[in-house]
Design a protein around this ligand. Structure first.
Ligand SMILES: Cc1ncc(COP(=O)(O)O)c(C=O)c1O
Length: 448
């Protein structure tokens, strides 16, 4: 545990009885503790995702960020921010340890081996052929998307996207002085479906110059089919709208669904009208390592964006990502099986123990999109939000849930049109944590 938390980790674990899930008394740091302090990475050929790995106290956005908002220790479970609680695969730490033996951190001379590793990973896992020399490296996905929007969307023009959509995209629009236009999806038979008439109208607006596609869609979990992507691509082509395909969640696809990279679509014109953005940062739980990449089959799109893009990558991120692409496959396969079980567990749990909560079955991602409208109505969340001058009923409900259950979820309204009544719940954790958090939420809404 870092010294700045003011807690000695060993004595804290002892004091907590080594088994409890607790908020650290007297600090603003939420902590989960378990008997196995080390977490336990690899046993008998299996990676251990079940043993709780404590992230609180390590300047973690998922646990320590929300805890600062509730300084009296109310936060017990950070289940909102999209980062998993699992230890990274050992190959990453081993590669970093090896690199750390050499104590210099100057500029690197070449990025070829990482670009080759990215191409090999995509060829093997996604049946996507990429020319390593055209892969562009970046510190993260959002900066490269911002560069693309600066290239294709003039200030005050419109970016179209399907919503509910990742909250960070609204930040991109603010950064680029553009306007985000949501085409709200409709829930049909438990799946979020594109409202094609609405999307067509929005793309036909001459002010629309780019469309963000998020595949899989955060937060609704849609894994877009080839047919859907082709239809989106065709509409964009007809309307001179450039497609920006954010595929950061593409490694999280559940059985029965297939990730179709936009760049692999069987229509050259549609593919040439697009750029794709990806990273292993979500996949291997290393977003803090700051490394991502983007590509396009159209050399002109590529070079235009390059004018606005500054890669700014760092040595440790480079080493960690290359190790993950080259050696992380087995860990990822085991992780996907564990996450799929977490999704199934959550679906069953909600059906049995929270009948008032609506559930959308995610096809991908480690996120779940839950409908708490009934509880929000019951506690008068909309009126309370107005009275307290809060941004939305969902933001009020977020606080209510922490105060009444200790569980922190992300409020649906930050995901744009279609987010009302909804909250995002992250299942990227030991099932023990998922269950304990769900137990507390179920009790709170029963009491409401
Ligand atoms: C869809 C999507 N895109 C981009 C990001 C942010 O990626 P980065 O940190 O690489 O900018 C996130 C993070 O949650 C995300 O969910």
């Amino acid at each position: 545990m870092p010294s700045h938390t003011g807690l000695d980790r060993r004595s804290f674990l002892k004091g907590a009885g080594m088994t409890a899930f607790v908020g650290a008394a007297g600090t603003s740091t939420a902590v989960i503790a378990d008997a196995d302090e080390g977490g336990g990475l690899f046993k008998n050929g299996n990676y251990d995702f079940e043993t709780i790995y404590e992230r609180g106290g390590w300047n973690c956005a998922r646990w320590d960020g929300p805890a600062r908002r509730y300084p009296n220790g109310e936060l017990k479970y950070g289940m909102g921010v999209a980062t998993m609680d699992f230890e990274c695969p050992p190959c990453i730490t081993e590669a970093l340890a090896e690199r750390c033996k050499h104590h210099t951190w100057g500029y690197m001379s070449s990025t070829t081996s990482l670009r080759e590793a990215i191409a090999e990973f995509n060829a093997e896992r996604n049946n996507l052929e990429l020319d390593p020399s055209t892969i562009q490296l970046s510190s993260a996905v959002l900066p490269s998307m911002i560069a693309a929007i600066r290239t294709f969307s003039r200030p005050a023009s419109k970016i179209v996207q399907l919503s509910p959509a990742y909250s960070g995209f609204y930040g991109i629009a603010r950064h680029t002085y553009t306007e985000m236009v949501d085409s709200e999806m409709q829930q049909v038979g438990g799946r979020y479906e594109i409202d094609w008439d609405d999307l067509e109208v929005k793309l036909a607006d001459p002010e629309a110059q780019t469309m963000i596609v998020c595949n899989p869609q955060n937060p609704t979990g849609n894994v877009w089919t080839e047919e859907e992507l082709l239809k989106i691509g065709q509409l964009c082509l007809e309307n001179d709208v450039v497609v920006l395909s954010d595929e950061i969640h593409s490694d999280f696809v559940r059985p029965g669904h297939e990730y179709v990279p936009f760049a692999r679509l069987p229509d050259k014109d549609i593919v040439n009208n697009s750029l794709s953005f990806n990273s292993a940062s979500k996949t291997f739980n290393m977003a803090g390592m700051k490394n991502a990449y983007w590509h396009s089959s159209d050399p002109s799109l590529l070079s235009r964006v390059q004018h606005f893009h500054y890669g700014a990558i760092n040595t440790l991120g480079y080493v960690a990502h290359e190790a993950a692409y080259r050696e992380g496959g087995e860990w990822l396969d085991q992780l996907l099986a564990y996450l799929d079980d977490n999704h199934k567990f959550t679906e069953d749990y909600v059906a049995k123990n929270m009948p008032s909560v609506g559930y959308t079955r995610p096809e991908g991602t480690y996120l779940t999109w839950l409908d708490f409208s009934e509880t929000m109505d019951k506690i008068g969340a909309a009126e309370m939000a107005e009275k307290k001058e809060m941004r939305s009923a969902e933001v009020y409900f977020q606080d209510w849930l922490v105060m009444n259950s200790g569980v922190y979820l992300n409020p649906g309204t930050v995901y744009g049109l279609g987010g009302s009544g909804r909250m995002r719940f992250n299942v990227g954790s030991s099932r023990k944590v998922v269950k304990a958090a769900l137990d507390l939420v179920a009790e709170a809404i029963d009491r409401a």
